[in-house]
Design a protein around this ligand. Structure first.
Ligand code: 5AD
Length: 479
């Protein structure tokens, strides 16, 4: 089957499905007709897609933490804590690293070791290993919708297990997760793997079950210039739409520059709508999500809370429908459930303090928004041109040529020549734009902003400055 942005036929999908379900014995527990009946009977408040649609209509920002532990009962306890003590609107099920890499044998060992140790020996919930009944038990133990968070380029089996288990949303996409979570995997393969997930979601949709697909947006999490983040997000949404997905959200990671972050989220919405309509997918619902700081976090609580609270402020002032939270344990690893819930609570407080206020459309925001829109359109138009109008082919070809590039990505198929750096106000600029097809006046704008940092700081802004910027937030106020 040639890879392009075309909906897989039922035969193609069902044939591939045999392979997916045979990856681990629990795959045999999943039966689509039975799962459709199960999902149909799910109370509407457990449906992620419906909750997001409603929040967007009401202009509310939903708070969405991450989280997962090895054992079923502990995982349920974690989710209840996030729900009851944190007040999370949307609940997570983050899978462990073995599951993400299809190492189910090792995940099984992790479960057994966790039982022996009496605590989680995995960095997430091994959803495929625990199987369908466990997934449903988790889902039935809480009152909020659950999203599966599996940072993987091999999502098919966990997506099957999650959806059939009543977890009504799935995070991840083919460009983002291939770039960020694999070293050698060709984009063709990662994209195809996510076409499967999207096609699975649309299979359910055709049976009247609304499932939500979420695009991660944070890429490598390291000062991603918004123009790049938006180009990737929109391409991934178009690919999902191509498989028949109707409920989607796109995200961006925060750079912690209030003006640029808000401008970027607004630009994402505008560009997303524009290209959906242009490619004939105007009936797709989408919302905007913002990820709290994805780079190195400060170690101590007060500084970490400042980063988290600013993240809530950015989400609220941008009018984002979802904010994905962090905790004060971020610098150390997996948070305790209490710390995780506290991060949710702090974010909720920040959002509520903003009431229904939005950042006014001042010249600075509008200017930044205009620049970001031009950037993302330049990349998207060139990518689509290279793909002869097809976003799948366009993504693959533009990545290969470095026309689409992602800073600091571990995957060797990414050109990796773009180097981001902050300007004097903290906004993300291009120190090197490499092969990104950006118009001269946009490049001049970035250069101007970098020169301003040089003037104010009295220092050259070079590669060393770019490296410094990666850990700067974690080190602020130190020493
Ligand atoms: N529990 C809570 N948060 C997690 N993350 C990853 N795994 C877990 C987990 N099991 C979060 C971390 C990480 C981000 C990608 O996801 O904050 O930085």
């Amino acid at each position: 089957m040639e890879l392009k942005n075309q909906r897989w036929s039922d035969e193609e999908f069902l044939q591939e499905r045999q392979k997916v379900l045979s990856l681990w014995p629990t795959g045999r527990e999943i039966e689509l007709t039975e799962a459709v009946d199960y999902l149909r009977a799910l109370p509407p408040e457990k449906n992620y897609a419906l909750k997001v649609v409603k929040a967007r209509k009401e202009g509310r920002t939903l708070i969405q933490p991450r989280g997962g532990v090895a054992l079923i009962e502990d995982h349920i306890e974690l989710l209840k804590c996030l729900q009851d003590h944190g007040g999370a609107d949307l609940l997570p099920t983050t899978t462990d690293t073995y599951t993400r890499n299809l190492r189910f044998q090792d995940a099984q060992r992790g479960i057994e070791e966790s039982l022996l140790a009496g605590r989680s020996m995995l960095n997430g919930f091994p959803l495929a290993n625990h199987g369908l009944k466990a997934a449903r038990r988790v889902s039935e133990s809480v009152r909020r919708p659950i999203i599966v968070l599996s940072g993987t380029a091999f999502p098919q089996l966990v997506a099957e297990m999650g959806f059939a288990g009543g977890l009504t949303a799935f995070l991840g996409a083919g460009i983002s997760y291939t770039a960020a979570y694999t070293k050698d995997l060709p984009f063709e393969q990662g994209i195809k793997n996510y076409q499967y997930v999207d096609r699975l979601a649309s299979f359910y949709h055709e049976k009247g079950i609304r499932l939500h697909r979420e695009q991660p947006g944070f890429l490598t999490g390291t000062l991603i210039p918004p123009g790049i983040g938006i180009a990737v997000a929109v391409l991934e949404m178009l690919m999902a739409a191509g498989q028949g997905v109707k409920h989607y959200s796109m995200g961006l990671c925060q750079g912690l520059d209030l003006i640029q972050d808000v401008a970027a989220l607004r630009a994402l919405e505008e560009v997303g709508r524009d290209y959906l309509i242009r490619l004939g997918y105007g009936d797709v619902f989408f919302s905007i999500a913002t990820h709290q700081w994805m780079q190195a976090f400060p170690v101590d609580e007060p500084r970490a809370y400042a980063v988290i609270a600013l993240g809530g402020v950015i989400a609220a002032l941008a009018g984002a429908t979802q904010v994905i939270t962090k905790s004060t344990h971020e610098a150390e690893g997996i948070p305790t459930k209490e710390a995780n819930a506290a991060g949710v609570k702090a974010t909720r407080m920040a959002v509520q303090l903003m009431r229904s206020n939005r950042l006014p459309e001042c010249p600075e925001v509008l200017q930044e928004q205009k620049i970001i829109i031009r950037e993302s359109r330049s990349i998207l138009d060139k990518a689509l041109e290279m793909g002869e109008g097809d976003p799948v082919l366009g993504a693959i070809r533009s990545l290969q040529a470095g026309i689409l590039d992602i800073p600091w990505a571990p995957n060797r198929h990414v050109a990796g020549k773009v180097i981001p750096v902050r300007d004097a106000s903290g906004a993300v600029r291009y120190l090197e734009h490499a092969n990104l097809p950006l118009p001269p006046e946009i490049l001049e704008y970035h250069r101007d902003k970098i020169r301003e940092r040089e003037r104010r700081g009295g220092q050259k802004v070079d590669y060393e400055a770019a490296i410094y910027d990666i850990t700067e937030v974690s080190k602020m106020l130190e020493g």
